[in-house]
Design a protein around this ligand. Structure first.
Ligand code: UN1
Length: 504
């Protein structure tokens, strides 16, 4: 444990603020691992005054960073990616220690960071604007993309490093500076990443405040970000109530936001699909990260004719789920992030029972000194019961039958969230219907693969209560830049648009 912390530049006690220098004199927080309840290190939160210092520096750094040619900014991101490659194993281990996902998933998360850096490096030479034909003679109409400003990145515990990297790698090549407020449940990984970014920025002689950090409570430090007009864009990943709060504050000052909130992701299993593919995708989707991904599979909608067969095979897998220390390869499921998460899961199970759900397996707290372990749970439900419409951030999977594909799609869409969805089918008609305007209403709609594990190349995010924001690949970068439309007249005369004449 010590070696991992040391190799990433962490000490037994760490300041939680950075903007070129490390500061922090607020509340001292002890970070405890959900694996065994042992203390990992302490972090000193920033005070509101220190927040002001950090934001002022981060904002000041924008003035020169925005003038650096984008491909040069890309070189810094390339260096961050290389540094992540060198530290992949240590960082994955720290992620596992701090929030409890399995090491194989921790490695996957760091890989996701490396991948987005590669994407952003390429993007740094492709921040294209368009030219359009002007309606006027000898005029040119064009749009170009300029850096936006400080991007406030507020992240959740479940992907403590990847979500920062999706935002940061893109924001940096776009010429923005980044102010990161990580989850208070995962501050050590945030310090480790900030050190990596600091090293890369210093290597190229840039102001390290370009990647700043503030660790503190959402209600205090988070709200300072949300309300400050110097923060041009707030990218928030978290719960629906959290997003409603952040979105309201940012909107009230006409700031921009990217909201990536809760999911309630379903897989439709058709009798025309491959059952083995269905089982593997759903099993990983539901128990991966102990059901704590926003893309976790929460509902399975199974064709009536195969319901019993599918249910029994899934139960077989669930009952032998190896649960234990996520650092050991033999375990597929580690702990939940903390004791409160266990309580929330157990409360949801009580509620679904009261609402008519039938517990088929799991849903128990596992006795463990200091760790937060549970057994993954499957509940049979007749449809979207009230509790099923809520996102319970835990390994609880609701199983429901359907008769027609239209009914299955209506069930899939019949929740307030709209992040991820999938269908398992080899029927072309079903597949196309699911992907059509009459199909899934989610930001992600997959065929013959599960709801989680989105690749960074696509834009990531969802609709309805998921918040509508998009991060990561495709053209998501446009949200991190300022679009400017220009009409350039080289005719030597004045010609008004829309055919208006001016007789003077
Ligand atoms: C999240 O849970 O906030 O698609 C992000 C996935 C990962 C990212 C999840 N690539 O499951």
């Amino acid at each position: 444990m010590k070696e991992v912390l040391n190799s990433l530049g962490l000490s037994p006690s760490n300041p939680g603020g950075f903007s070129g220098a490390w500061i922090g004199s607020g509340k001292v927080q002890t970070v405890v691992s959900p694996i065994h309840g042992e203390a990992l290190a302490t972090v000193t939160n920033v005070t509101p005054q220190e927040f002001e210092t950090v934001l002022a520096k981060c904002h000041q750094a924008f003035a020169s960073w925005k003038l650096v040619p984008a491909p040069k900014r890309g070189e810094v991101v390339k260096e961050i990616g290389d540094e992540l490659r060198r530290n992949k194993e240590a960082l994955a281990q720290l992620v596992t220690l701090e929030m409890g996902k399995t090491l194989r998933e921790g490695r996957g998360e760091v890989q996701e960071m490396i991948d987005i850096c590669d994407l952003a490096v390429g993007l740094s030479r492709q921040l294209y604007g368009l030219t359009m034909p002007s309606e006027r003679r000898m005029h040119r109409l064009q749009e170009q993309w300029h850096p936006l400003g400080v991007v406030g990145v507020i992240t959740a515990f479940n992907f403590p490093v990847a979500v920062w990297s999706w935002n940061t790698a893109i924001a940096l090549v776009c010429g923005d500076t980044v102010l990161w407020k990580p989850s208070s449940k995962a501050p050590l990984t945030a310090i480790a990443c900030t050190r990596i970014a600091e090293k890369a920025l210093r290597k190229f002689g840039f102001d390290p405040a370009i990647c700043s950090l503030v660790i503190g409570k959402g209600s205090e430090i988070g709200d300072l970000i949300n309300t400050d007009p110097r923060v041009a864009l707030v990218s928030y990943t978290g719960s629906v109530p959290g997003g409603r709060h952040v979105g309201g504050l940012v909107q009230a000052r006409f700031g921009r936001h990217i909201l990536e909130l809760g999911g309630n992701n379903a897989v439709i299993v058709s009798e025309k699909g491959d059952l083995d593919i269905a089982l593997r995708s759903i099993y990983f989707g539901a128990i991966g990260t102990s059901g704590q991904r926003c893309t976790s599979t929460r509902r399975v909608i199974v064709r009536e004719a195969i319901f019993e067969t599918f249910k029994n095979r899934l139960l077989g897998l669930y009952r032998k789920t190896p649960i234990g220390d996520p650092r050991e390869d033999k375990y597929l499921m580690g702990p939940l992030v903390d004791a409160a998460a266990v309580d929330t899961m157990l409360a949801a199970i009580d509620t679904v029972k009261a609402q008519g759900g039938k517990i088929l397996c799991g849903g128990e707290r596992l006795p463990h000194p200091g760790g937060c372990y549970v057994t993954p749970c499957i509940v049979e439900v007749p449809g979207n019961l009230p509790i099923v419409k809520e996102e319970t951030f835990a390994p609880v999977l609701y199983l429901m039958p359907y008769k027609t594909i239209e009914e299955a799609i209506a069930l899939q869409n019949g929740v307030p969230q709209g992040l991820s969805s999938a269908i398992i089918t080899n029927d072309l008609g079903e597949c196309e219907l699911f992907l059509s305007a009459a199909g899934s209403d989610c930001g992600i709609a997959n065929v013959n693969t599960g709801t989680s594990g989105a690749e960074i190349g696509g834009a990531f995010g969802g609709e309805k209560e998921t918040g509508g924001g998009r991060e990561s690949g495709s053209d998501a970068w446009k949200a991190y830049m300022r679009r400017q439309t220009s009409a350039i007249n080289f005719s030597g005369q004045v010609e008004l648009a829309q055919g208006i004449t001016l007789d003077i």
